[in-house]
Structures are given as C-alpha cells and as structure tokens.
Design a protein around this ligand. Structure first.
Ligand SMILES: [Ca+2]
Length: 107
C-alpha cells in the first residue's frame, strides 16, 4: 500500500478537495466517538449511528439489531470496532445512498 500516515501528514495541512474533506470528516467523527482509545464499544457504535447517520439509516432501537451489526463489523472478534472495521459500514451506507441517488435520478 503506497499510502501511509507519513505520506498523508503533509497533504492534510494544505487545502483539501470536497472528497478529501469528507474523508477527514469520517476520521474525525470516528474519533469523536472512539475517543483516545481509537476503538468503538457497542454503545459508542450505537451513539454514532443514531446521532450521525439518522437521516440515512434507521435509528437502532433494539438490542438484537445492534448485536447483529456489531458482530458483523467486529472482524477480529475483540468486542471493539477499530477504524478499519468501521469503514465497511461507511462503504455500505454510502453505496446504498448511491443506489437511491441513481433511482431518484432515473425518473
Ligand atoms: Ca474488532
């Protein structure tokens, strides 16, 4: 992988494109909820989804839905979601958003 923290550090300081700003926002939102430990517990994931994604996906109300989503994302089974495990959720929701965009613009 040609990208790492070292190569990205400088670029973050200069003007970013809209897409880059969106990427930085994803990182910032993750860290707002994961705090210094950089990992989301189950309750953190629920808060993040319910506070930050409620326009795109339904709020998580029941424990079963949260348990299922959490175990899907927790690839290494350590009962925490690190950033690499979090990204597939963003990809999934963005992809669904894209499908809706296509649908709405095809009429
Ligand atoms: Ca994990």
């Amino acid at each position: 992988m040609p990208f790492n923290a070292k190569t990205l550090t400088f670029s973050l300081r200069i003007m970013s494109s809209e897409l880059e700003k969106a990427m930085i926002t994803i990182v910032q939102v993750f860290h707002k909820y994961s705090r210094h430990k950089c990992k989301l517990k189950k309750a953190d994931l629920k808060d993040l989804i319910n506070n930050e994604m409620s326009q795109f996906i339904m709020k998580i109300q029941d424990k079963d839905t949260l348990d299922l989503l959490f175990s899907d994302l927790d690839q290494n089974g350590d009962r925490e979601i690190d950033f690499h495990e979090f990204i597939p959720l963003i990809a999934m929701v963005t992809s669904a958003c894209h499908d809706l965009f296509i649908l709405e613009h095809s009429h």
